[in-house]
Structures are given as structure tokens and as C-alpha cells.
Design a protein around this ligand. Structure first.
Ligand code: SF4
Ligand code: SF4
Length: 465
């Protein structure tokens, strides 16, 4: 899979997908980068045009790479497109082109080395992908990051020339969460409270378990309180979402195979995911391995594709799982204690666009007494987080973050609820950078957990700033 010297589009699937675009432009207003710069080549239609050109033999130049790399992968264009163009499949494949030998070698052309991404950027990406999917390495890195925060070196870096020459470093310091209480590792099994309604596997994630262990703990408590045995397979590792969404197909396949095997062994009814980006990737595994079996058939490829399809069919977002559980098994069980607060729910792109889940998180929030839910008036535009986007494209990400923070402040909410940790980091940083009254940011699981346990709003950071 993903032979770096192989043809870009074996079987012609990508060319056929790109040709579904009828150039109507309905997707343009939905695209955050088109909103920022108004450039055709920074719109979905423009990028599809570039991809078609590459598939026809145009080299993947630095200019082509620039426009592809500026795409957030937010999938707002997929939702907006009346022709059902699978831009998600196109951009996932195209992200890997700039570093492939042979990129630009279309029909009948000679292979050329992939020269689209400058060496410095390649090195930064390599460092990110050698660290983020590996919790032990990431943990080792958080020490120096937090020491830098404590020593106020972050301000020095953010305000100084380093921000110009090493924007990714400045970005990581800007976004790195403040030290919090260290959470104990989740046990391999958390028993259901009361009569058991389901046995679920829980993804603890890579970045998630290092920076958001408290979100995982809250997720497990909520599921157990609602009558689920929660299984946390200890060998699960990274699910492969970061790699898959960044065009690193071979690496994604390795992570995915391991996750599939671990959860299969666990024998669970569903696999619950509390990170929108991971959930959307895991739901894609079926299609991903099916395409791989077609383009690079080999021993076991069909069996793996079947296994992956069964796995994807069992993956549920946290809110989606609870809504299904309530529908089929008598509704909520846990008592909801009041949380008197104006809250705004932020639609994570990989939940709203990629998984089409909008209603379930809102319903869960509306079920909490005295929580007043308000809508954000920006049409759900991406906050700029988008996996590693806010590290690789810090300026665009910061502009989108500023816009999101302004839209959130306009709601008057004192609590922003998100279902994706990356969004929470980005939004918290943008709200803090803009100054003004403190606004707390929390994961949906933490809000439910706080309500179930009858804790005060200060447990969510509301009124503590
Ligand atoms: S995925 Fe998002 S940023 Fe990329 S082209 Fe589509 S709408 Fe624009
Ligand atoms: S991607 Fe869809 S909405 Fe956008 S120009 Fe093509 S057909 Fe039209």
C-alpha cells in the first residue's frame, strides 16, 4: 500500500472522483480558506482542478502543494456539494503527493521526484509524526513544553523573531495546555453501574490520553453510569487518524490494523470515540482497506477489508452512542443535576460534516436542567484546529480561531462545549488571546459527567477565570 514510487492513481478511482465535480461553485462560500483569501485555488473547486491536473501529469510543484496544504480537511465542501463529490477521498490521497517520488508522473510521463514540499516543512512534519501518535514520546515532550510555559519562555517565543522563523514551535507553545492534575491511567475494564445495558470498547487515543486524560475519565464515568461495561484495550495505541488525514496511508494502515485487532479481541458491542477526528477516520477504515484491496491486491487484503468494514460499522461517536442506547433501551438512566449556565455548542467539522452528527450532542446538552443552549452564528465554519493544521499553518489557523472566538463571544455564552479535543485547545487559545471575560471550554463528556455527579459549574472552569 502507498508505494511511494507507484502511480498516483492506480485503477483511476481518483480521476473518476475528481470528474464528478461539475464546477458549479456551490461549495465556495462554505470553504474557510476561500472565506479568508477569496482565491479560486484556495477553494474546493480550485483544488479539485489542481488535483485533476496532477493526475494528468502536471508536476506537484511548490505552488500546487501550497494550495493543497492550505486545505483544512474540514469537509464543509462535502456537505455543501449538491453533486456528492467525495472531496474527502481526494484530499486524503493528494496530501501524500508532494513527498512521493514520481508525483506528477501521469499517463505516459517520466517520473519526477516529489519536490512540492520544502525540506524544512518535511522535517517538521516528520518530527510531528514521529511524536504525536506515540503517547510515551509525547509525554516526554510535555515536560519541556510545560517548563517553557512556567518560565514564560512561551511569551518570548510568541512575541519574538522565533515566531517568524519557527512558527510551528510558536504554534505548539500557544496551544499546549496548561499543566493539569495528572489522571491515573484508566483500568482495562470499568464495570457498569446497575444493570448492564451494553459492553463498549473505548478509544483512549494518542494525543487525547496525554493532554486530555480527564476527558477520557469523564467519558468512561458517563458510559458506566449509563449502564455500560467499558473496556479499554491496553494495547490499542494511535488509531491512525492523524496519518490518514495527512496522506500517510501506509503509516495509517499500520496503526489501523493494530486498533482493529485490539478491539476485535475485546469482543465489544460498539467502539465509542470521544474525539471527532479519530471517530471519522475509524468509520472510514472499511472504505480505506476496500480501496487498498482493489488497487494493491495481495494475500489477506480482502479479509482485512472485511474485518475493517465490520470494525467501522461498530464505531460510534460518544454522543451518537448514547442517543442510540437511549432509543433502544428505555432512555437515560443517570439523574441530571442542574447546571445554570448559558452554553454554546461548537460543531467540530469531523463530527458535523464528516460524520453528520449535529442533533445528538445538542439533545444531550438540552437534557441538562437549566443549561441554556445557544447557537453560534457563523454557520459552523472551522475553528482552524484541523488535526496538525494549526501547527503547520499557524497564521491561517490563528485567523480562523479569532473569527471563531468572536462568534462565540457574540453568543454571550460562559461555557463553550465541543466534542473534539483539538477544537477545545484551539478555541481556548483563541478566546484567551482575544482578552475579555473568561469563557470556559469543556468536552461534552465533561459537561455530562459534571451534571451526573452534581458538581458545581466551577468544576468545568466556569467562573474561575
Ligand atoms: S475541506 Fe474545508 S478547507 Fe478544504 S477545500 Fe473543503 S471546505 Fe475548503
Ligand atoms: S465540489 Fe461540488 S459544489 Fe464544489 S464546484 Fe464541484 S460540484 Fe460544485
Amino acid at each position: 500500500m502507498d508505494d511511494p514510487s507507484g502511480p498516483l492513481d492506480p485503477g483511476g478511482h481518483l480521476a473518476a472522483t475528481a470528474s464528478d465535480c461539475v464546477h458549479c461553485g456551490f461549495c465556495l462560500p462554505a470553504c474557510p480558506t476561500y472565506q479568508l483569501w477569496g482565491e479560486e485555488m484556495d477553494s474546493p473547486r480550485g483544488r479539485i482542478h489542481l488535483m485533476s491536473q496532477v493526475l494528468n501529469g502536471t508536476p506537484v510543484t511548490e505552488q500546487v502543494t501550497l494550495h493543497l496544504d492550505r486545505c483544512l480537511g474540514c469537509m464543509a465542501c462535502v456537505t455543501a456539494c449538491p453533486s456528492g463529490v467525495r472531496y474527502d477521498e481526494l484530499i486524503e490521497a493528494a496530501r501524500g503527493w508532494p513527498e512521493r517520488a514520481g508525483a506528477g508522473a501521469g499517463q505516459g510521463r517520466e517520473e519526477q521526484p516529489g519536490t512540492g514540499r520544502p525540506l524544512r516543512e518535511r522535517a517538521v512534519r516528520a518530527a510531528i509524526f514521529a511524536t504525536f501518535p506515540y503517547p510515551k514520546r509525547l509525554r516526554a515532550l510535555t515536560g519541556p513544553l510545560r517548563a517553557a510555559q512556567r518560565a514564560r519562555l512561551d511569551r518570548l517565543v510568541l512575541g519574538g523573531p522565533a515566531a517568524r522563523y519557527a512558527p510551528e514551535l510558536a504554534g505548539s507553545l500557544r496551544l499546549a495546555p496548561q499543566p493539569g492534575a495528572r489522571q491515573p491511567r484508566l483500568p482495562a475494564r470499568i464495570p457498569a453501574r446497575g444493570q448492564r445495558r451494553a459492553v463498549v470498547g473505548m478509544l483512549t487515543g494518542c494525543v487525547q490520553q496525554v493532554f486530555f486524560a480527564e476527558v477520557n475519565a469523564a467519558t468512561a464515568r458517563v458510559l458506566a453510569t449509563e449502564g455500560c461495561d467499558v473496556i479499554v484495550p491496553p494495547g490499542q495505541g494511535c488509531c491512525g487518524a492523524l496519518s490518514l488525514h495527512s496522506g500517510r496511508a501506509a503509516e495509517a494502515a499500520r496503526f489501523a490494523e493494530r486498533a482493529i485487532a485490539e478491539f476485535e479481541r475485546a469482543g465489544v458491542d460498539a467502539i465509542v470515540v470521544n474525539s471527532a477526528g479519530c471517530g471519522s477516520a475509524m468509520k472510514e477504515f472499511g472504505g480505506f482497506f476496500a480501496r487498498a484491496a482493489t488497487t494493491s491486491p495481495g494475500p489477506g487484503a480482502d479479509a482485512l477489508a472485511e474485518q475493517a468494514a465490520a470494525f467501522s460499522g461498530r464505531v460510534r461517536d460518544f454522543s451518537e452512542f448514547l442517543a442510540e442506547l437511549y432509543d433502544r433501551d428505555g432512555g437515560p438512566r443517570a439523574e441530571r443535576h442542574e447546571l445554570p449556565v448559558n452554553a454554546a455548542y461548537h460543531d467540530a467539522c469531523h463530527l458535523a460534516h464528516a460524520q453528520r452528527i449535529r442533533r445528538q450532542p445538542r439533545d444531550l446538552l438540552r437534557g441538562i436542567p437549566r443549561l441554556n443552549l445557544t447557537e453560534v452564528g457563523d454557520g459552523g465554519t472551522c475553528c482552524g484546529s484541523a488535526g496538525v493544521y494549526n501547527l503547520m499553518q499557524p497564521q491561517a489557523a490563528a485567523e480562523l480561531g479569532e473569527r471563531k472566538a468572536a462568534a462565540l463571544r457574540a453568543t454571550g455564552a460562559r461555557l463553550v462545549v465541543s466534542a473534539n479535543p483539538g477544537c477545545s485547545l484551539q478555541i481556548a487559545a483563541a478566546l484567551a488571546a482575544g482578552g475579555g471575560e473568561p469563557v470556559a471550554v469543556a468536552h461534552l463528556a465533561e459537561v455530562l459527567d459534571t451534571s451526573f455527579r452534581g458538581l458545581p459549574l466551577t468544576a468545568l472552569g466556569v467562573g474561575t477565570g
